[in-house]
Design a protein around this ligand. Structure first.
Ligand code: BG6
Length: 496
């Protein structure tokens, strides 16, 4: 659909940027904070790039005022951050650590001072270690009760100051990486356990939303999901069917539960046949139906392309193995739909086979660059779930270089973001209702698995993997570019 001219962004559109506690705060044991699963996981040899961890990160805990000031100077309308659960409840439950709570209240006050709308993420992957040790983390229903308690503390303290709340960040990513591919905590490779843990998180999400309705009736809450459209490689109906299967497994598996309170049928039946479907109790079904979010948070990086998988027909197994050799995915891509090595083990594998998209270029880290897919993602989610969309992440990870005169000329990032914002504007012109857009990220930060080499920020942080240097903040060229976009409310974003 081509538009002669694009509609303006809504008047109060929330232009923003995002971050996550473990990736920026540092101060890993300051003022009573308890350890999280990430504090432990990053210390396991070989798990992260050059053994990087978030002990210091970019020291946002001590420098948040400086960071918020930079946000204000940029004209940011909103800032999405996450709370470290173990800062508030060092053991995940029980006694509240007032110093931790106060840190977030001070941060929120600082944002409000500059009229920056806070968006608070309750869970961006850093589960308190004690809950993992005592209960097995998300594999136990006891963790739901602990999560509810943690939410209650935050709703009580910040419910009047914070309007927008995100429950879980990319549930699809942390459950897959954590329980299936062992590249996140708790370092497990067991698909059955993944689906069980994921179900527990669904229940925690629903409990949090139910509690929110009682305690913060004027607020808005929703999960942030790592969404990617799925393309069939060809118009062969078998490829189209494979894409439908992949959509169910990669997107609807989560979004249907959030918004419709039930799992998609074909995927669920397939898991049942394999004996790895999650255990769903009758009371779970009731709970899940009572927790429709107010908005859908979408993190968009890229989608995927699939074709029919001939493994489905055992007689063609050999052919398919040969074809599988054509593909090469980066194993650190959290949106990876199906690593080649897993061809024979995974339950959904026979239902589709991931392939390279011949039309798309890639980033330095092998992630496809697909701005049109962004428009498509927004359209699909809005059409299927009828909820306003808040883009809670989108951005480019790249190696930035500081020039001799101390500037960072990140034109590639400007180009990437510009293309995505134009597509978002087209989606708005198509009729998608949008609340805001948070680029990932405001400052450079610790990439979970890629250290500080892979940078996303508008603001450069002067540090490397091994050398903390002075952690000074240097606005990049993209900082000034985004400042102007915000100032003009995106009026300059037009079809090229
Ligand atoms: C998202 C996460 O999956 O992608 C962020 O919510 C993360 O926390 C971002 O940093 C980019 O991932 P990576 O691996 O490139 O740092």
């Amino acid at each position: 659909m081509y538009h002669e001219s694009l509609e303006s962004f809504p008047k109060h559109f929330l232009w923003g940027a995002a971050s996550a506690a473990y990736q920026i705060e540092g101060a890993f044991d300051a003022e009573g904070k308890g350890p999280s699963v990430w504090d432990e996981f990053t210390k396991i040899e070989g798990k992260t790039y050059e053994g990087t961890n978030g002990d210091v990160a970019i020291d946002h805990y001590h420098r948040y005022k400086e960071d918020v000031k930079l946000m204000a100077e940029m004209g940011l309308k909103t800032y999405r951050f996450s709370v470290s659960w173990a800062r508030i409840l060092p053991d995940g439950e029980g006694d509240v650590n007032e110093a931790g709570l106060k840190f977030y209240e001070d941060l929120v006050d600082e944002l409000l001072k500059y009229e920056i709308e806070p968006v608070l993420t309750l869970y961006h992957w850093d589960l308190p270690l004690k809950l993992q040790e005592n209960y097995g983390g998300w594999e136990s229903r006891k963790t739901i009760a602990a999560f509810k308690e943690y939410c209650r503390v935050l709703f009580e303290r910040l419910g009047k100051k914070v309007t927008y709340w995100v429950t879980f960040n990319e549930q699809n990513v942390f459950t897959s990486m954590g329980y299936r591919w062992a590249s996140h905590p708790p370092n497990v490779t067991d698909t059955k356990r993944m689906f069980e843990a994921n179900h527990i998180v669904n229940l925690a999400n629903a409990e949090a939303i139910r509690l929110f309705r009682k305690m913060v009736p004027q607020g808005k809450i929703g999960p942030s999901f790592g969404y990617g459209p799925v393309y069939p490689l060809s118009a062969d109906p078998s490829d189209v069917l494979a894409a439908e299967n992949a959509k169910e497994f990669n997107n609807s598996w989560w979004l249907d539960v959030y918004c419709k309170g039930r799992y998609p049928v074909a995927a669920f039946k397939q898991l049942e046949r394999k004996g790895i479907a999650p255990t769903v109790l009758p009371e779970d079904e009731v709970l899940l139906k009572q927790a429709k979010p107010d908005f859908m948070g979408i993190n968009y990086y890229h989608g995927g392309t699939v074709k029919q998988n001939k493994l489905e027909k055992p007689s063609q197994e050999n052919d398919s193995k040969k074809e599988a050799g054509e593909k090469a995915f980066s194993s650190t891509d959290p949106y990876l739909m199906q690593p080649r090595e897993e061809q024979s083990q995974s339950p959904e594998i026979p239902m589709f086979q991931s392939v390279e998209n011949p039309y798309l270029e890639k980033t330095e880290w092998g992630w496809e660059i697909d701005p049109v897919g962004f428009r498509l993602a927004l359209r699909e989610v809005y059409a299927r779930y009828d909820l306003p969309i808040f883009v809670t992440e989108n951005g480019l990870g790249a190696k930035d270089i500081v020039t001799e005169d101390g500037t960072i000329e990140d034109d590639y990032r400007i180009d990437y973001l510009n293309q995505h914002l134009v597509e978002m504007k087209k989606a708005i012109t198509d009729g998608v209702e949008m609340i805001g857009y948070c680029a990932w990220s405001f400052t450079d930060l610790l990439s979970w698995l890629n250290g500080y080499k892979k940078r996303y920020g508008f603001v450069y942080i002067n540090r490397t993997e091994q050398d903390e240097k002075d952690l000074s903040r240097i606005p990049k060229k993209s900082y000034y570019w985004y400042k102007d976009i915000i100032k003009q409310n995106g009026e300059q974003l037009n079809e090229e």
